[in-house]
Design a protein around this ligand. Sequence first.
Ligand code: BGC
Length: 372
Amino acid sequence: MNTRMRRAAVAVAATAMALSLAACGSAAESDENKDSSDSAAAEKGDAIKVGLLLPENQNARYEKFDKPLIEKKVKELTNNKGEVVYANAKQDTTLQSQQVDTMITNKVDVLIVDAVDSKAIAGSINKAKSQDIPVVAYDRLAEGPIDAYTSFDNVTVGKTQGEALLEALGDKAKDGQIVMMNGASTDPNAAQFKEGAHAVLDGKVNIGREYDTKEWKPENANSNMQAAISALGKDKIIGVYSANDGMASGVITALKRAGIADIPVTGQDAELAGVQRIIAGEQYMSVYKSYPQEATVAAEMAVALAKGESLDSIAKEKVDSATTKGIPTVLIPVVSLTKDNIKETVVKEGYYTLDEICSGNYKAACDKIGLK
Ligand code: BGC
């Protein structure tokens, strides 16, 4: 990474940090915004029950970061009186709607939902709302009458991945074909990553094959990649756009099996295994997203909604979903993660220690790139 890019990355991280601090301050101020008409919610005080629904557990982020961070923040915002009830849908749409039903029966005060399928969840959200349970859409913009939404700037995620791939290909960008491994079509984020990537890549590279990968599964990415290699020929593929790290692992396994080495592969999520592949030179980049910031905003939104408070001091933006207009929203900026900024990002924010990253076989690779 050149100096200009590094400065830009640090600036984004600083903005993001300021944003999170601003968001932290807002909870304390929001008392003035209390809506006195909603007396049941106002009487609730801090003993709030938050229902947290996450979509899957094969990507590390959900149970390593999102869940514990949201739990911690809810405790902080409620003088330790709040409680998070958790369910993971393991990629199953029907299971997720049953989990919502259970949470409604258990009388949660508010829901934070990261939908497996953003359209299919709308019925459950309607059900919750009919019981006066407000809903925060987390990370993926669920359809139905949600009250608030927080995520990253997902079109920018796709652009960041596309730009990194172009940077890695340099003047060889048209000397062969690239393969695009997009995420699941049930996830609106996948469409945004894809849109951002196409905006950058179209016309600059030849796209030999492109897939929407069922359920974001690494094994599906692996079989799609094997099919692409058979169709295009192993000598023709010069790079792979993979929408996240989990799928990048499936892609890289297929590349290795075919004897293809040294081509750039993108990713997202800054998973430990992804960071280690970056160090080893197997994966070119990932996208670093600050889960502490996203979790903080979600917890603040949930607690404010449960208490019947306004979201004005938390959410300055508004977005529209296919079903609902003007949803109060916080979108968090992202940073391109390459071997050049591992310390300033995932290590600095405490995701992993250098010892964890550079453990075992990765020690030599860390030494080689001067990471210590
Ligand atoms: C998230 C990504 C994640 C993917 C698969 C997306 O909605 O934004 O961080 O890798 O889902 O779970």
